[in-house]
Design a protein around this ligand. Structure first.
Ligand code: SF4
Length: 338
């Protein structure tokens, strides 16, 4: 872990009792960046409306901003006019959804994060080899619906500890666990250990399913949490990785932690008696929202900010091929999708 401080403002004393620890990495991951840029480029290239199935990423600010620019968010393909352009969100979709879009003659752009696609491929591979697949993830989450939809007859969801007892497998020597990409690393391993007690031959995924961004953000919170009286996680309620950051903060020593979409949701009562405030954000959160939180705290005396760095991320993903093709052909000219 490394820390760096902003220079103290004139008149500040060396002994500050109020300080902010700012986690790094935080905020946008490569998959979210790619998905948001995909929609922005689709708007520029084809013009509005651009339809997006579900929220492109789980962040209120991002979704509201794109809606203002002409994006129409729908729950499912049957709400999209025949022949229109539909973007699949970063969380991925099942083959059944792709098929439904095809039947409606929709033109689709797939903004599924490549790291989610990797888990889909693992499901397909183990299903082909006739394994029972135990998918650790949150019931009802879009990513889990898309991933298990690759082989619904072979996949069983394990969410809560009590789900472990309900699992039924055909052959205990052919069982593998996979996971949602945005879980708590520690809780997932607890669930795996529980499963191993029932199925000692349980196989692990070929590589980590919990993505680099999720685990890096959790590591940064773990590093700062023991010193924090309060941790503020910027993120939306339906963001799995943001919720996990709140839990990780408390489990690793923060006295209190809250999830907020915006700075104005900070309750002044949370700051009573607080010396050190930790700040971080989920993988779908633009950094402008974190800067607004820092401004809010500075106005109340927490104007000393130290960055707590546990990793430097350099991951980037290319835009979806179907979009790249049109951008390459004619980068400047707006196109009609019909
Ligand atoms: S959190 Fe991980 S899996 Fe999800 S979009 Fe970001 S990089 Fe991809």
């Amino acid at each position: 872990m490394t820390t760096s401080s902003q220079a103290p403002a004139a008149g500040q004393t060396a002994e500050r009792t109020k300080r902010v620890l700012l986690a790094k990495p935080r905020g946008y991951c490569a998959g979210v960046d790619r998905a948001v840029v995909t929609v922005e480029k689709a708007l520029e290239t084809y013009g509005p409306p651009v339809y997006v199935r579900k929220e492109i990423v789980h962040n209120r600010h991002v979704v509201d901003t794109l809606r203002e620019r002409g994006v129409i968010f729908v729950e499912d393909t049957d709400e999209v006019p025949e022949g229109a352009l539909l973007v699949f969100s970063a969380h991925g979709v099942s083959p059944a959804v792709r098929e439904a879009a095809k039947k409606r003659n929709l033109r689709t752009i797939d903004a599924t994060c490549p790291l989610v696609t990797k888990v889909h491929k693992e499901v397909n591979r183990f299903a082909r080899e006739d394994y029972d697949i135990l998918l650790i993830g949150h019931h009802g989450h879009e990513e889990v619906e898309g991933t298990s939809g690759e082989a619904p007859e072979k996949v069983q969801l394990v969410d809560k500890p009590e789900d472990v007892e309900k699992v039924q497998v055909r052959d205990p020597s052919k069982v593998v666990w996979l996971s949602q990409t945005t879980l708590s690393v520690d809780e997932t391993m607890e669930r795996v250990n529980q499963l191993k007690e029932r199925f000692p031959e349980l196989q692990a995924p070929p590589s980590d399913d919990i993505c680099y961004a999720t685990s890096n953000r959790q590591e940064a919170v773990k590093a700062m949490a023991p010193e924090c009286d309060l941790v503020l996680v910027v993120g939306s309620k339906n963001s799995s990785n943001s919720n996990r950051l709140v839990e990780v903060a408390v489990q690793n020593g923060a006295s209190d932690a809250h999830l907020i979409d915006y700075a104005d949701q900070i309750d002044d009562a949370w700051l009573d008696g607080v010396s050190t405030v930790g700040v971080t954000s989920g993988a779908s959160v633009p950094d402008v929202l974190v800067m607004q939180v820092l401004d809010h705290l500075a106005e109340r005396g927490w104007d000393s900010v130290e960055e707590v760095t546990t990793a430097n991320e350099k991951v980037t993903f290319a835009l979806p091929r179907e979009l790249r093709k049109d951008l390459d052909e004619n980068p400047d000219k707006p196109k009609s999708v019909r």
